[in-house]
Ligand binder design. Structure first.
Ligand code: ZN
Length: 503
């Protein structure tokens, strides 16, 4: 068999696996949006079957044979060429998948399907005892997974590899400590500073239908392609990439909370813009896929925060907001509105946390999930440990577990090692935006004129179109001229909030 024939067969198989994966994605989207609760058992079986099939394909020994042929060929001479990238990444996935027994993969799909429903119900009733046994089952399966993958190495690192290839728990711990040392004093300075922002104006009456209209208008202006995507309402905001031409955003609307839905939507639009910017010619292969969750998150946080909470952005959109939400905003100035959407203060809920304290919410989850995984923290003790961490790092205490350890669905879904990618996203976003601003010239002016295509084009060129060509760290270095570094984020936060709060 010639190397070219082996490569063609490898790609055909990779594309089939991607199709199976997209069926799973669609089932997952449906489960979180329209599926009645009674469908949960059947959905669990559907998901388990497809996950098993996916796993069988992904571990077919034939893939190993094809990879062997290719790895000895001169097709891989250029490490950054599409061929080499695809072979190298498919090898990584193949090695990973072959270490996982099919029974474990199916059991994880089955258990997390129910665990997510139990989490939802437990959160509604603030009843941690209901969720705890499911969390224990998920954690036991994740330990099994880590043991199968890691071959005796660090369990948390083995799980991280799935979301952020190359990251380690030890390096993240150093990073979080560095951030904590900067962000805790900044948050304290803001709390003790001379200025307060008036938050209540975001909790006036914002009719849901008009919020939906405003969200769609802004999403389209930023470049979200509604012919290749949709925007729905749901209980928890999320983004789902079904396949080329089908990218779905879900937003949670509430009539007396403008920020929740709007910034949730902007965040998911950022994710969607990344996927809509991947090279369709490479779809179904690593060259056409996002490189890591950290990079994915950077695109979401960049549009949500760096752009979406900036003064230039609202110079453009505030007049429209004021006419759409006339009753709520007719007596509000642009500056008051800008201050309100950038309110900083210790809070209980991650998804509505401000930019300054957000990474402290992630730090807490990072520390707790590492301890849960090793067993140092037994699952029944989670609420106490959670509340204690919130007291220590943020100075607040949840009134119940719904606004405490039950607020996020990640662990019930089996996503352990996922949270740190949010903070990596913030770090990458700050680096990327600073560089884009330097290269594009008057970026603030463009944003204030509602011209977003320059920035989007820059991101397409530097990030999106490369798919998984480079590792996350190398991509950031190539795009910004510097390796991943938390300092640009800290500097940007100091500058912005120093000005806003008169520090
Ligand atoms: Zn996100």
């Amino acid at each position: 068999m010639t190397p070219q024939a082996a490569y063609d067969e490898l790609l055909r198989r990779a594309r089939e696996a991607t199709l199976l994966g997209s069926c799973l994605e669609l089932l997952g989207w449906d489960e979180l949006t329209y599926m009645p609760r009674g469908g949960v058992r059947n959905r669990g079986e559907q998901t388990a079957l497809l996950a098993g099939l996916y796993h069988e394909r992904a571990t077919d020994p034939r893939l190993g044979e094809l990879l062997d042929i290719l790895e000895c060929s001169d097709l891989l001479a250029d490490r950054d060429a599409a061929t080499a990238v695809n072979v190298c990444e498919l090898r990584r996935t193949y090695d990973r998948e072959t270490r996982l027994p099919r029974a474990l993969v199916e059991e994880q799909a089955r258990v997390t399907s129910t665990a997510q429903q139990e989490w939802e119900a437990a959160r509604e009733d603030a009843d941690y005892a209901r969720f705890c046994p499911w969390l224990e089952r998920v954690l036991a399966l994740k330990r099994e997974e880590a043991a199968a993958l890691g071959g005796g190495g660090d369990a948390y690192d083995a799980l991280l590899e799935e979301y952020e290839p190359g990251a380690t728990g030890a390096r993240l711990a150093v990073l979080f400590e560095a951030l904590r040392r900067e962000l805790v004093p900044l948050a304290a300075a803001i709390a003790g500073g001379p200025r307060r922002s008036e938050l209540t104006l975001l909790h006036r009456e914002y009719p849901v239908e008009r919020q939906r209209f405003f969200a769609q208008t802004v999403a389209a202006a930023l470049g979200f392609d509604f012919h290749r995507g949709r925007l729905d309402a749901t209980a928890h905001p999320f983004f789902s990439s079904i396949g080329p031409g089908d990218y779905r955003i879900a937003t949670r609307y509430s009539p007396r909370n403008f920020g929740d839905a709007f910034f949730g939507m902007l965040h998911e639009v950022g994710h969607a813009l990344y996927e809509q910017g991947l090279d369709p010619a490479h779809h179904g292969t690593p060259m056409g896929e996002a490189v890591s969750l950290g990079v994915h998150e950077s695109q979401a946080r960049l549009w949500e925060n760096t752009v979406g909470r900036s003064l230039p952005f609202w110079r453009h959109f505030f007049p429209l907001a004021r006419s759409v939400f006339h009753e709520a905003l007719h007596d509000v100035t642009l500056d008051a509105f800008h201050a309100a959407i950038n309110h900083v203060g210790p809070s209980l809920i991650r998804v509505s946390a401000d930019e300054v304290t957000y990474n402290l919410h992630i730090l807490i989850r990072f520390e707790l999930e590492r301890a849960l995984l090793t067993g140092d923290l037994p699952a029944p003790d989670l609420p106490g440990a959670w509340n204690d961490a919130y007291r220590r790092h943020l100075g607040v205490t949840p009134g119940d577990d719904a606004e405490g350890c039950l607020q996020d669905g990640h662990w019930g879904a089996g996503l352990v090692g996922y949270f740190p990618t949010y903070t990596l996203g913030n770090i990458f976003a700050a680096q990327l935006f600073a560089r884009a601003a330097a290269e594009l010239g008057d970026l603030d002016g463009a944003l204030a004129r509602g011209e977003f295509d320059g920035l989007l084009g820059w991101l397409r060129d530097k990030v999106h179109r490369h798919g998984s060509r480079y590792s996350a760290a190398r991509l950031i270095e190539k795009a910004t001229g510097a390796p991943p570094d938390h300092r640009p984020l800290v500097q940007a936060l100091r500058r912005k909030y120093g000005e806003l709060y008169g520090l």
